[in-house]
Design a binder for this molecule. Structure first.
Ligand SMILES: Nc1ncnc2c1ncn2[C@@H]1O[C@H](COP(=O)(O)OP(=O)(O)OP(=O)(O)O)[C@@H](O)[C@H]1O
Ligand SMILES: [Mg+2]
Length: 256
């Protein structure tokens, strides 16, 4: 079984060398935990270090903001788009559409997706095939949940989307948010792997800790390890652990 490098220093050793090829892996965490950075690092790292093209699906922020924020870490997404190593799809989330600026100021080509989940998937599939992408990053699937007020319908939409992603010939990372101490979400059950980014309050400061919640078919580590967001991106301290009796900022924030 092939393995796909995470491009996050310190992470691959916790999961027997990398993600299992073609799996769908979920990255969850509270606001500002580093979910987007985690996924962009995966795409850029793949394109630059392993010559593996990637597709980026932006559902939450705007692509230009994401490109701008990536500059901070020295990641030149625009150059990678020009080199055809990365393609960007901008899929406006359903209910936000009328509030979101539709004009993109980015200089690189951005593919605008339709609003319908099935159409978004077809577009993803087309772009993945067009550049023979080995990596896909969807940020974030939380917006799919805004498509309906009916929990059953939401479950259906999310589950269909994830199942479709499983058929693609590429390894997918996707993000979703966690609010308060809610029970496990549908995407956590359906994904092959779940990585959680915790932010704990320790004294006056914060400690970031990463946890491999599950990784099907992998003998993965199950302790909490500190991670940092540094100048060059995310770094996991795989030989250090974090005591989980510290209080998580987001897990004590109260349910939504
Ligand atoms: N150069 C840097 N050095 C250290 N930390 C940084 C740097 N740049 C960003 N950060 C941290 O990264 C966080 C944002 O990361 P990111 O956008 O990946 O999080 P996220 O989980 O996607 O957030 P959201 O829930 O808003 O989508 C910031 O809150 C900041 O703390
Ligand atoms: Mg984000």
């Amino acid at each position: 079984m092939g393995r796909v490098k995470s491009a996050i220093p310190g992470l691959d050793e916790l999961i027997e060398g990398g993600y299992i090829e073609n799996d769908v892996i979920l990255i969850t965490g509270g606001p500002g935990a580093g979910k987007t950075t985690f996924g962009i690092q995966y795409l850029v790292g793949g394109a630059v270090n392993f010559n593996e093209p990637g597709v980026l699906v932006v559902m939450e922020e705007t692509p230009s903001r994401l490109i701008r924020d990536s500059w901070r870490f020295g990641w030149d997404i625009e150059k990678l788009v020009v080199q055809k190593k990365i393609r960007i799809i901008y899929a406006n989330p359903f209910k936000y559409t009328r509030f979101v600026k539709t004009q993109e100021s980015s200089t690189v080509s951005i593919i605008a997706a339709n609003k319908n989940t099935g159409d978004i998937f077809k577009q993803i599939q087309a772009e993945v095939e067009a550049i023979k992408a080995k990596r896909l990053f969807v940020d974030s699937i939380t917006s799919l949940k805004l498509s309906s007020d009916n929990p059953e319908e939401i479950r259906q939409v999310v589950s269909e989307f994830i199942k479709n992603l499983e058929y693609l010939d590429c390894t997918t990372l996707m993000t979703s948010e966690i609010y308060g101490r809610e029970s496990f979400s549908v995407e956590e059950y359906l994904s092959s792997g779940v990585i959680r980014l915790h932010v704990f309050r320790v004294g006056g400061g914060r400690v970031r800790a990463i946890e491999i919640l599950k990784m099907r078919g992998v003998k993965h580590d199950d302790t909490l390890h500190p991670y940092e967001i540094q100048e060059k991106g995310i770094l996991v301290h795989s030989t250090e652990t974090v005591m989980n009796d510290e209080i998580s900022i987001f897990e004590t924030a109260g349910a939504r």
